[in-house]
Design a protein around this ligand. Structure first.
Ligand SMILES: Cc1cc2nc3c(=O)[nH]c(=O)nc-3n(C[C@H](O)[C@H](O)[C@H](O)COP(=O)(O)OP(=O)(O)OC[C@H]3O[C@@H](n4cnc5c(N)ncnc54)[C@H](O)[C@@H]3O)c2cc1C
Length: 386
């Protein structure tokens, strides 16, 4: 395992950073987010440059690199305030799962589009009555001849309006035991009896969340990804990248906030020296710098473990990275606002507008508390309370 980036990775970082600069937070992202419009121009450009599919196999138009590189793309964009929420979902979860477990036809049909960004796939696991307890999901897939019929509902699903399909986590009934087991289905967003309703979120962000209602949605046999009864393993293959990419986005947000705070602290003078000379300002910023670097190290460890094929080993690091990154990112933004004084709450700086989006990282894709549960039980061997 090495954390010294290759020349290729350094070049990738530099070119993604140039794109982030072009589509930066103040000039591009913030006005779009305030209007609730998706970052389509940035998405398309990132797709054309090969950034969105950097982790996908070369034979399907991807870059043939790993989750490390996709996390690098996300971190550098987010460091300009231009992180792309759907990167967490479309290439990271859906692209990974289809790349590992999809049929040749599914790969041909989806991966090239996911790689260049011309196709987007959302991901739907959360249900209102299950929440964090995804063992409790009730969306059910039933065989009807060669077809499948899907019935159930989902909540908080990001980007369905931009997506061509949603990778839905449902359950199939075991014909022998009658027990329900998770299975993954590609559901086109224009399927009959598939209804999406936008949720009224109170976050300034370009992407929207949706409730989904599926009422006997008819799907062909090849909508099923992988085996109907190996789905837990298949799900894990997508969830670790999701956590690593969530961490990357939070670290990028933290870097953006820290840079803004440092710039301001160097210039703003209300006594004889710039406010950055006061340790009440400089020490919290130094502390945040350390916490962001530590979170990034854990994210890199998780990505390297994952790319080496160690799904189970990556799970602990991916959870810890997501936890540490979300906490550091939120703290960085809060301290950036404090460093700016009143200016931190003005529209001009746009920092307060970022709070809701940064706060997502503490709740999704897995909440802070569920990560602490994971670490208590799996890393420390403590008993489960629920
Ligand atoms: C902006 C946004 C985008 C999202 N995008 C997607 C998406 O694209 N696809 C998707 O499938 N989902 C998505 N989600 C859903 C997200 O994954 C869930 O919100 C998250 O997993 C938490 O579930 P919940 O909201 O039902 O909270 P709940 O499960 O109701 O939990 C509420 C609180 O109780 C705590 N809690 C619950 N159980 C325990 C326990 N055993 N011990 C300690 N504390 C506990 C939680 O940590 C949380 O603080 C998104 C959510 C948001 C906010």
């Amino acid at each position: 395992m090495t954390f010294i980036e290759t020349e290729e990775q350094k070049e990738l970082r530099a070119s993604v950073s140039r794109l982030g600069e072009r589509f930066n937070y103040i000039d591009y992202v913030l006005p779009k987010a305030r209007r609730g419009e998706p970052l389509t121009e940035l998405w398309n450009e990132a797709g054309k440059l090969g950034f969105l599919g950097v982790n996908l196999p070369e034979e399907y138009g991807g870059g043939g690199a790993g989750i490390y590189e996709l996390a690098l793309v996300q971190e550098e964009l987010a460091a300009h305030g231009a992180g792309l929420l759907l990167v967490v979902v479309s290439p990271a979860i859906c692209g990974t799962i289809i790349g590992k477990y999809g049929t040749e036809d599914q790969k041909q049909k989806w991966l090239t589009g996911l790689a260049d960004g011309s196709k987007i796939m959302a991901f739907g696991i959360t249900e209102a009555d299950a929440g964090s307890n995804s063992h409790q999901i009730a969306t059910t897939a039933r065989r009807d001849g060669a077809d499948w019929l899907l019935t159930g509902n989902k909540i908080f699903i990001s980007g369905v309006d931009q997506a061509d399909a949603v990778l839905i986590v449902a359950r199939t009934e075991d014909s022998k035991t009658g027990k329900l087991k998770p299975a993954l289905f590609i559901v086109p967003t224009d399927a009959e009896n598939f209804v999406k309703t936008a949720m009224e979120m109170d976050i300034v962000e370009p992407d929207h969340q949706f409730m989904l209602f599926l009422d006997n949605v008819r799907l062909p046999a090849d909508a099923l990804v992988g085996e109907a009864d190996a789905a837990l393993m298949q799900l894990f293959a997508g969830l670790n990248p999701e956590r690593i990419l969530g961490a990357a986005m939070a670290i990028g947000v933290g870097r953006y906030a820290l840079d803004a705070a440092v710039d301001f602290a160097k210039q703003r003078t209300v006594w004889k020296d710039p406010i950055g000379a006061h340790q009440g300002i400089s020490h919290p910023l130094a502390q945040i710098k350390i916490e962001l670097e530590l979170a990034k190290l854990m994210m890199q460890k998780a990505a390297v473990l994952y790319d080496s094929g160690d799904d189970f080993g990556a799970a602990e690091a991916a959870n810890m990275a997501k936890y540490a990154a979300a906490e550091a990112g939120i703290k960085a933004l809060d301290q950036a606002i404090q460093t700016h004084g009143g200016a931190g709450l003005t529209k001009e700086y746009g920092l307060a507008s970022m709070l809701g989006a940064a706060r997502i990282g503490r709740v999704a894709p897995v909440s802070r508390e569920m990560i602490l549960n994971f670490v208590s039980q799996h890393s420390l061997g403590l008993p489960k309370s629920y």
